[in-house]
Ligand binder design. Structure first.
Ligand code: ATP
Ligand code: MG
Length: 384
């Protein structure tokens, strides 16, 4: 009797002719997640089986797979040769000690001498006879013993389901560049886009020495969390210190954040084009803070020449974002109190409805090209 893990996939099966491609990427992602652990992955009519692993590592394998997008659900199962006595011993092992249950059988192997009803009845009867603490309830059972008679002479027996991360396999929806601050929102935005199958790289802007090294380390930790889901992420780190100093020195203080945002978007687009990303991604949510009004968003977007800007959190409330942040394990890091560059030189009253005429006037006091080149020259790249 061998322990195996059944992986069921979510949307992949919808992809018609592209199915082969989706499955190949999915397989690579599963292999990546299990790297360093002994195992074999086999595809078997509409599902995958992880086999031949060290049984003491079962929990670790399941928890790694819980971060692989494209997985709908998983079950830890016992695999036996298709024989009634062996199926019964497996059922006995996965059966809870007490409570109500039913047996559900799926029989792909039509040559097996019993049909699914007969198997369920036989195994259910034997389980009842062996344990007085359990009772059958076909309508509302507390647990279900699942028996899956495969075509290859083996049967899988299980009673638990683990929910998978859902979504699509990362790598099947192109690549985007995520603007990641140390805050709560942007890591969640990255998670949501990776969940739709997009590969991501990240860019972070700092104002060292106005912001400190802990702020940078915090971002690195957040990107590491993302990379557990997105399968390895590159982080571009760019200094905007001089840009902020120049805005502070020359421009209307109320436009600090607006002008800085425009620089961030321009620099991000240049980096995105260089690394082959097809869009920018931000953690903005409409109306959440002064700079996230539709006027603010418009002002940022208008400097991006050719790429779409995705804002997956646009319609989310803060508490919905926090809930997701906790779920992915980022929240505890995001709330560490280190300053983001946007809070350096922050005016008392940042403009909420920036006017394009004023923006352009203020910007004309700066040497935008030279400041961008200087910032881009500061770029460092980390592989996380
Ligand atoms: P977050 O929680 O992601 O920091 P926020 O609610 O604090 O978002 P802002 O600070 O206005 O909002 O930032 C809006 C978005 O701009 C962020 O989600 C992020 O995508 C981008 N951004 C802000 N600061 C930086 C930074 N230092 N480096 C890279 N991107 C940034
Ligand atoms: Mg922020």
């Amino acid at each position: 009797m061998e322990k195996v893990i059944i992986i069921r996939y979510s949307e992949i099966h919808l992809k018609g002719k592209n199915r082969g491609y989706f499955e190949r990427v999915f397989t690579i992602n599963i292999e990546k997640a299990l790297k360093g652990l002994k195992h074999e992955v086999h595809r078997q009519s509409g599902r995958y089986l992880v086999e031949n692993f060290d049984e003491s590592k079962t929990d670790e394998i399941v928890s790694r797979l819980e971060k692989v997008f494209g997985i709908h659900s998983m079950s830890v199962a016992l695999k036996v040769e298709t024989r009634m006595d062996l199926i019964f011993s497996a059922a006995e092992q996965v059966c809870s000690e007490k409570g109500t249950f039913k047996v559900e059988t799926h029989r792909a192997d039509k040559k097996f001498e019993f049909n699914s009803m007969q198997i369920s009845a036989e195994i259910g009867g034997r389980l009842l006879a062996a344990n007085k603490e359990i009772k059958v309830d076909v309508h509302n059972p507390q647990f279900i013993i699942n028996i899956d008679v495969r075509e290859n002479g083996t049967t899988l027996v299980f009673n638990t389901f683990f929910k998978g991360a859902g979504g699509m396999p990362v790598g099947t929806s192109g690549k985007g560049l995520l603007l990641v601050s140390g805050g709560i929102d942007s890591p969640v935005a990255g998670y949501m886009i990776a969940k739709r199958g997009m590969n991501i790289e990240c860019i972070h802007f700092h104002s060292y020495p106005y912001t400190n090294m802990q702020a940078r380390d915090k971002v690195i930790e957040l990107v590491k969390i993302l990379s557990e889901y997105a399968g390895g992420v590159k982080l571009h780190i760019v200094s905007v210190t001089h840009i902020q100093e120049e805005i502070h020195k020359n421009c209307n203080a109320e436009y600090m954040v607006t002008l800085l945002r425009r620089f961030m978007m321009r620099i991000s687009e240049t980096v995105a084009v260089k690394c082959g990303a097809q869009c920018l991604i931000t953690g903005e949510s409409l109306g959440q803070v002064a700079s996230q009004t539709i006027e603010g968003i418009n002002s940022s977007d208008s400097v991006v020449g050719n790429l779409p800007v995705l804002r997956p959190l646009c319609g989310f409330d803060k508490d919905e974002i926090i809930e997701r942040s906790k779920m992915i394990g980022a929240f505890g890091i995001s709330i560490q109190p280190y300053e983001d560059c946007c809070t350096v030189f922050l005016p008392k009253h940042p403009v909420t409805k920036p006017q394009m005429k004023v923006i352009l006037e203020e910007e004309s006091k700066l040497n935008v090209e030279a400041l961008m080149d200087e910032a881009l020259a500061s770029e460092q790249i980390l592989n996380l």
